[in-house]
Design a protein around this ligand. Structure first.
Ligand code: ADP
Ligand code: MG
Length: 345
C-alpha cells in the first residue's frame, strides 16, 4: 500500500469510528500523492463545490511546479542552466519569495536549489529509482559548485543564478504551499471546518462538529499508527520520512531527503513531524529538521520558530519538544523510548 493511501486510511480510521455528522469527502491524485479534502458543512452542495475548487488548485499547481514534466518550472530551470535570466510564472515567483527566508533560517538544510542533486540520485521520476547511487565524480562536481537559493538574484522581475548548476525543485514544500492555498480558498467560499490532507500531510481548520479532528502519525517502520494528535482551530501537521521514496542497494537504504552539504541522503533520522500554523512552514521545516538530524534539530527548530516537533531517529528513539509531548498520544504498546528536549521558545 502506498504511504498516501495508508495515510488516508489513518485519518479515516481515527475520525470515523464514532458516530458523527456527515463529512463531505473528495479525493484525487496530484503533486505525486493522494489528496483528500474533508469538509464538515451543513450545506452539502457548498461542501462539494468547495472540495472541487481545491482539486482545481492542486491540478494547476501540479502542472506549474512539476520538476521533471514540461511546464513553467522546467522552462525556468532550462534558462538558469543556460546562464540566462527569466521571468518566472507568478506562482513560482511567489514560491521563491516564500522559500528564501525558510531556507536561510534552516541554515540551507532546506534548499530548493538541490534540483540537480535530486536528479543525480534519480528521484526526478514518476516511480522511485532502483539505484545504484550516482557516480562519485558527478556528486563531487555538484558539491564543488554547491548551489544554494542564495545564489539567485533579481533584476526587476527577472531572476538569474550566479551558480551554473543551480536547478530548482520545490518538492520539499510545494505540498505545504498548495495546502495553504486550498485552505484560503475554502475559507473564501465560506467553509469553516475542513481538512486538506495531501498524503498524510495536512492542515485542518475548525473542528469536526462537536469534537476536534484526530490525526494519526504513521510509524516509520511498520504499517501502523505510531501516535495520534487532536487538532482544532487552525493547524498543520507535516511529516517527512525516509520510507516515502527510496531504493535499496547492497543492503543500504537511499532515500529522497538529501543533505545539501554532503550530497547524500540525510542520515540519523527516519521521520520528522512538525505541527505549525501554516503548512508551507511545516513542510519546509519537516525536511530541514530531517536533514539536521537528532543532534542539531533543536537549533534549526528555534531558528525556524517552531514549538511542536517529533523526530524519530534511526535507533527508534522519539525526540520531542515539551510542547509536542503535551499534545501527542503514542498508540504503540510499549511507546518508543522518549527523549524530551529543552522547551522551544
Ligand atoms: P515528502 O514530499 O515526501 O513528504 P519532503 O517534504 O521532505 O518529503 O520533500 C522531499 C522532496 O524534496 C524530495 O523528493 C526532493 O524533491 C526535495 N528535496 C530533497 N532534499 C531536499 C532538501 N534538502 N531541500 C529541499 N528540497 C529537498
Ligand atoms: Mg517537506
Amino acid at each position: 500500500m502506498t504511504r498516501a493511501l495508508l495515510a488516508g486510511l489513518l485519518l479515516l480510521t481515527l475520525t470515523g469510528c464514532e458516530r458523527a455528522p456527515p463529512v463531505h469527502q473528495h479525493a484525487f491524485f496530484a503533486l505525486g500523492t493522494l489528496v483528500e479534502v474533508s469538509v464538515a458543512d451543513s450545506d452539502p452542495q457548498r461542501a462539494s463545490r468547495a472540495a472541487e475548487a481545491v482539486e482545481a488548485i492542486f491540478r494547476e499547481d501540479h502542472q506549474l511546479w512539476h520538476a521533471w514534466h514540461p511546464g513553467p518550472l522546467m522552462d525556468l530551470n532550462r534558462a538558469l542552466a543556460a546562464g540566462q535570466g527569466a521571468q518566472p510564472h507568478p506562482s513560482i515567483h511567489y514560491l521563491l519569495e516564500r522559500a528564501a527566508p525558510l531556507a536561510e533560517r534552516s541554515g540551507y538544510r532546506f534548499d530548493p536549489a538541490v534540483g540537480g542533486l535530486v536528479r543525480l540520485w534519480g528521484f526526478h521520476a514518476d516511480t522511485p529509482p532502483e539505484g545504484p547511487p550516482p557516480d562519485a565524480d558527478a556528486l563531487r562536481d555538484w558539491r564543488e559548485h554547491k548551489p544554494s537559493l542564495a545564489d539567485l538574484y533579481w533584476d526587476e522581475d527577472q531572476v538569474f543564478s550566479r551558480n551554473p548548476v543551480l536547478q530548482l525543485d520545490f518538492g520539499a514544500f510545494a505540498k505545504g504551499y498548495a495546502v495553504d492555498q486550498a485552505i484560503a480558498r475554502l475559507r473564501a467560499l465560506g467553509i469553516d471546518n475542513a481538512i486538506v490532507n495531501a498524503g498524510g500531510d495536512l492542515r485542518a481548520i475548525g473542528r469536526r462538529a462537536d469534537r476536534p479532528w484526530r490525526i494519526g502519525i504513521r510509524h516509520p517502520r511498520a504499517p501502523e499508527v505510531l501516535a495520534s494528535i487532536a487538532i482544532e482551530g487552525d493547524e498543520s501537521l507535516f511529516t517527512s520520512g525516509d520510507y516515502e521514496r527510496y531504493f535499496e542497494h547492497e543492503g543500504r537504504r537511499y532515500h529522497h531527503i538529501l543533505d545539501p552539504f554532503s550530497g547524500q541522503p540525510a542520515t540519523g533520522t527516519t521521520s520528522v513531524t512538525v505541527l505549525h500554523t501554516d503548512a508551507t512552514t511545516a513542510d519546509a521545516a519537516a525536511t530541514a529538521l530531517f536533514v539536521a538530524g537528532p543532534d542539531h534539530w533543536q537549533e534549526v527548530a528555534r531558528a525556524m520558530g517552531l514549538r511542536h516537533v517529533l523526530l524519530i531517529d534511526t535507533a527508534g528513539v522519539a525526540h520531542l519538544s515539551p510542547a509536542m509531548a503535551e499534545r501527542i498520544h503514542f498508540e504503540t504498546d510499549p511507546p518508543p523510548p522518549l527523549r524530551l528536549s529543552e522547551p522551544l521558545p
